[in-house]
Design a protein around this ligand. Structure first.
Ligand code: ZN
Length: 257
């Protein structure tokens, strides 16, 4: 048992004595189309972390369920915190784990909107606190849009009872912001603008401007095909990080020193 929330402090003492690596799952609570649960990103992060934790023996901290999601705010149920609050909170949780002996912190992140902030937190841990930290997106690159068939398939794999496939939609994305053609998510030609999901899609099934994002073809089997090889790859990497001496992973001293 390596879920920190499910063991006593006496068990935790043993866990931290035996392993100086922890997994910290984090996601979001935000709309994922009419068919997926609001918790999609943190539920996937938690389920994937549990599997990797069980297979590697690395303790898994409780999932952080709310992240940087203000761009989904027009859809009921979406929750968010400002990026600076999120960074401070994640750093504090990581440092609390480090006070018990952790020296390597792996953020297992289910929500793309959190990634930049988490990389900053990992940078602070490595540079200012002598803690190795890294950020993993809890699904492989190339997933076809937010709430599309691949993400929906992952939900079917991990918690299928929460998916309402009879409400799944294939959504063509809007092409214009007022009179201006959009060239991607939050893109006007070479310019970025602070986009909202609703600028592109009325249902929340989201992808690049003008694209058709399909979610109706999702299956549990696709979820297995996506996550199977990825899980094997991550388990190997986490085992290697667990076995590594933390001192060898920290920032190198200044050359003049
Ligand atoms: Zn998502």
């Amino acid at each position: 048992m390596v879920q920190l929330a499910e063991v006593s402090w006496t068990d935790a003492q043993k866990l931290f004595a035996e392993c100086d690596t922890v997994i910290l799952p984090v996601g979001s609570t935000e709309q994922h189309g009419p068919h997926n649960p609001l918790g999609t990103d943190h539920l996937i992060a938690a389920a994937f972390s549990r599997e990797v934790g069980d297979r590697t023996g690395v303790p898994v901290l409780p999932v952080v369920p709310v992240g940087i999601s203000e761009h989904h705010r027009q859809f009921p149920g979406t929750l968010w915190v400002p990026p600076d609050v999120f960074r401070d909170y994640m750093l504090s949780v990581a440092l609390a784990a480090c006070s018990h002996g952790a020296r390597k912190v792996l953020f297992f992140n289910g929500h793309g909107g959190n990634t930049a902030a988490l990389v900053e937190v990992a940078g602070a841990l490595r540079r200012d606190y002598d803690v190795f930290a890294a950020v993993l997106m809890t699904f492989p690159p190339g997933v076809d849009g937010h709430a599309g068939s691949k993400e929906t398939s992952m939900n079917l794999l991990y918690h299928g009872h929460l998916v309402k496939m009879d409400r799944a939609v294939d959504q063509t994305q809007d092409t214009h912001l007022g009179p201006l053609p959009m060239t991607g998510i939050g893109r006007l030609g070479p310019m970025d603008f602070p986009w909202d999901t609703i600028d592109l899609t009325p249902t929340g099934v989201l992808g690049g401007a003008g694209k058709r994002i399909v979610s109706t073809t999702a299956t549990r089997k696709t979820g297995e095909e996506i996550m199977g090889p990825f899980t094997e790859e991550v388990v190997k990497l986490v085992e290697a990080i667990k076995a590594a001496d933390a001192d060898e992973l920290l920032s190198k001293p200044h050359k003049a020193g």
